[in-house]
Design a protein around this ligand. Structure first.
Ligand code: PEP
Length: 258
C-alpha cells in the first residue's frame, strides 16, 4: 500500500501585508488552526513580512515559512536580490519558483526556474515549482504540451533525490486572481498528467510520493471539492490567504477524513 501523501496548503500573500500586520494575522490564524492536524501549513509572505513572521513563529513546526522568490546566485553584486542563505537565516523552508506573475511580469524563464531550483536544493530549501497554461493555450488544446515543456525546462536532468524534494503547483494562468477556478475534473486531469510525466521520467515510486498542489482562485467554498481529487495534494492560495479566518477554513478542508 503506498503511503498517503500528506496535504500541503500554502498561502502566498504576494505584495500585500506590512510587517505590522503580521502579528494580528498570526494571532487569529493560530487560534483558528489550533485543532488542525495532519496538514502541512506554509505561509509565504513578502520579504519584509517574512522577517517579522520568522521572528514571531520562532521555528515552530505547525506553520512553516516560504519565500516568494530568490536569486539563483548565491551571493555578491546583485542589487535588490535575496539569496538562499538570507532565506535560511529566517528559517525559510520553501521557495516559489516560476510563479506565473514572475514569468509574465518579470521575464522568469524555465531556465531561470531551473537555476533557482538547483541553488535552493543545495541549501536545503524546497522549491515549489509553479506551472500552468494561459487561456489561449487551453483554448487551443495545448495545455498538456505547455505543462510538459515547463516541467522539462525546469527539471530535466535532476536526480530522483532532487525530485523528491520538489513540490509542483499546477496553476492555470487563467485562474490566478481572476475568480475563475478550474473545475475539479479539469484540475484532476492536469494533475494526473503531471504525475504521469514524473513517473515516466523518474519512476512510479518517485511520482507516487510527489505532492502536486492546485492553485488558482481557491477559496473556502471550492477548496474541499478540489482537495478531494485523487491527484490533488494541496493548494497554493493567493488572495484568499490574506484573510486569516478564510485561510484557516481552507486548511481545515485539507484535513483527512477519519
Ligand atoms: C497564486 O498567487 O499562486 C494564486 C493561486 O493566487 P489566487 O489564489 O489569488 O488565484
Amino acid at each position: 500500500m503506498p503511503i498517503p501523501r500528506k496535504k500541503f496548503v500554502a498561502g502566498n500573500w504576494k505584495m500585500n501585508m506590512t510587517s505590522s500586520e503580521v502579528a494580528p494575522y498570526l494571532e487569529i490564524f493560530n487560534r483558528e488552526i489550533e485543532t488542525v492536524e495532519n496538514v502541512d501549513i506554509t505561509l509565504i509572505p513578502s520579504f519584509t513580512a517574512l522577517a517579522k513572521a520568522s521572528e514571531i513563529l520562532d521555528g515552530t513546526q505547525k506553520i512553516r515559512l516560504g519565500a516568494q522568490n530568490m536569486s539563483p546566485e548565491s551571493k555578491g553584486a546583485f542589487t535588490g536580490e535575496i539569496s538562499v542563505t538570507m532565506l535560511r537565516d529566517l528559517f525559510v523552508r520553501f521557495v516559489l519558483v516560476g510563479h506565473s506573475e514572475r514569468r509574465r511580469l518579470f521575464g522568469e524563464t524555465d531556465e531561470m526556474a531551473r537555476r533557482k531550483i538547483i541553488t535552493a536544493l543545495a541549501t536545503e530549501i524546497r522549491p515549489i515549482l509553479c506551472i500552468g497554461e494561459t487561456l489561449e493555450e487551453r483554448q487551443a488544446g495545448q495545455e498538456k504540451t505547455v505543462l510538459e515543456g515547463q516541467l522539462r525546462g525546469a527539471l530535466e536532468g535532476l536526480s530522483k533525490d532532487q525530485i523528491d524534494e520538489i513540490i509542483v503547483a499546477y496553476e492555470p494562468v487563467w485562474a490566478i486572481g481572476t475568480g475563475l477556478t478550474a473545475t475539479p475534473a479539469q484540475a484532476q486531469e492536469a494533475h494526473h498528467f503531471i504525475r504521469a510525466y514524473l513517473s515516466k521520467t523518474w519512476g512510479p515510486e518517485v511520482s507516487s510520493r510527489s505532492r502536486i498542489l492546485y492553485g488558482g482562485s481557491v477559496t473556502s467554498d471550492n477548496a474541499r471539492v478540489l482537495l478531494e481529487q485523487p491527484d490533488i495534494d494541496g493548494a497554493l492560495v493567493g488572495g484568499a490567504s490574506l484573510d486569516p479566518r478564510g485561510f484557516a477554513e481552507i486548511v481545515a478542508a485539507a484535513v483527512p477524513a477519519e
